[in-house]
Design a protein around this ligand. Structure first.
Ligand code: GDP
Length: 302
């Protein structure tokens, strides 16, 4: 349901156009594929992914001897899911420890929805009965700590912080210590999102990770990069930069409700080879959904 309502814009731009296309064509010819290609490109599915998909479609249409364009729509749906999954079950579960503390680090540039995502996940874990703590590791951006505190209050979760300008690694040290002494289940760590200086960012993330690793063996259990779906190719560039700076284990793609180009999920998965674990479908606490390629694609067409 969440996928359906949150994806209205993409449905209008993408699925409706595909539906319209299959309704207009009597037979499946080169023009049909060309129009389909345009629709897919227009939905940010990504050039390589589109080419791959069209190739597979042509092959499949020939193999099945499909004459009915409506049937092609079903094949498109199948193939979109298959392309996302790339022959394997793509993990969408977070690596949560059954016992002891799970530490999740969030990276991403300012404005992508990192704080909101941390808040939403804090809410999710809390409603599952877990003890959650937040670490205000973005000590660089003015207002970042306060903003995290707002989410802390909203969700009833404590925030471990120091002053603006303090060392993020010191904040993490405090946070991990606090989480351990309180027997917390989940520690969600914000980090600074400045990308202007990649070397500095890399050093900072390395230092933060080192502190966490030292205090909790095996941690951080997830490093999630938060990307804004409405920024298209920019999101891709950001992800590549962070991937070079640190080991990213998963993607949270936010603001899918705000874009007509939800095909970006497929492009991101294919180009980055990092699984999309959650998607943001709105600004509210509940508007976060675990990503599922099948539900997502079928949601677009249902
Ligand atoms: P940060 O700078 O990365 O921490 O970004 P914020 O968490 O402050 O989010 C920036 C803006 O995006 C805020 O106005 C959020 O309400 C909004 N936002 C975050 N996630 C979503 C989402 O999934 N959908 C929509 N529509 N807005 C979102």
């Amino acid at each position: 349901e969440k996928f359906k309502t949150g994806l209205t814009k993409t449905r209008d731009n993408f699925s409706s156009k595909v539906n319209d296309l299959v309704a207009r064509y009597r037979k499946i010819d080169e023009d049909f594929f060309e129009e389909l290609e345009e629709i897919l490109i227009g939905a940010d599915v990504g050039f390589d992914t589109v080419m791959d998909l069209i190739e597979q479609l042509k092959h499949e249409v020939k193999r099945r001897n499909t004459k009915d364009p409506a049937e092609v729509r079903d094949i498109i749906t199948e193939k979109l899911v298959a392309i996302y999954q790339n022959g394997e079950e793509t993990p969408n579960e977070l690596n949560i420890q059954e016992e002891g503390l799970t530490v999740i680090l969030f990276v991403g540039v300012n404005g992508v929805g990192k704080t909101t995502t941390i808040g939403k996940l804090a809410h999710k874990f809390k409603s599952e009965g877990k003890t959650v703590l937040l670490a205000a590791g973005d000590t660089f951006r003015a207002g970042a700590i306060e903003q995290l505190e707002v989410w802390g209050e909203r969700t009833g979760v404590d925030v471990i912080k120091q002053g603006e300008g303090s060392d993020p690694a010191a904040v993490m040290y405090d946070a991990v210590r606090a989480a351990k002494s309180r027997n917390a289940d989940i520690l969600l760590c914000d980090t600074a999102g400045r990308l202007q200086n990649k070397v500095n960012l890399m050093k900072e993330l390395e230092k933060v990770k080192r502190v966490i690793e030292r205090e909790v063996p095996g941690a951080p259990h997830e490093v999630l990069i938060v990307l804004d779906a409405t920024t298209g190719q920019n999101a891709m560039v950001q992800a590549k930069t962070f991937k070079e700076a640190t080991d990213v284990s998963g993607i949270v793609l936010t603001k899918l409700d705000g874009t007509a180009k939800g095909g970006i999920v497929l492009a991101i998965r294919k180009e980055l080879e990092i699984p999309v674990k959650f998607v943001g479908l709105g600004e509210k606490m509940d508007d976060l959904q675990q990503f599922d390629a099948e539900k997502y694609v079928y949601g677009l067409f249902s």
